[in-house]
Ligand binder design. Sequence first.
Ligand SMILES: [Fe+2]
Ligand SMILES: [Fe+2]
Length: 150
Amino acid sequence: MTPSQTRDKLLQQHARLRELMSAAAKLAARLLAAGAVDAAATDEALLEFRGAVQDLRAAVAEHNETEEAILAPVLRAADAWGPLRVDRMIEEHAAEHAAFRAALAGDELDVAERMGDLAEELDAHMAAEERTFLSAAVLRDDVLNLDTCS
Ligand SMILES: [Fe+2]
Ligand SMILES: [Fe+2]
């Protein structure tokens, strides 16, 4: 896969994550509001929210795996920071991914309570990536060779 193909793939995953996150945040608000109405409304909202969270978990896991596989070679090849700083960025990035996975784990009502903050954090994480290692200036076909990355 060329750098620009890798970039396209990751940006498509970001767009999909934003759609899933937005849908899940709406369903979370509905679920939390339904609790104040009645049990039947809560059950229906819970089922829909559960489906949305499952889709989001799967998409986050797939994206994190893809991104972590390409991040190290991309950062090292584009390195303006020095290897130690690159290693630290990779560690911090993986820790943020782990935090997203943790925030999506557990009981649906707890996840629903966290969904607003999680949506903001995930969006900020992706926006920062798009400004830095996913920018067109970094993932250039004429500079990097990522053929070893699937
Ligand atoms: Fe990331
Ligand atoms: Fe990302």
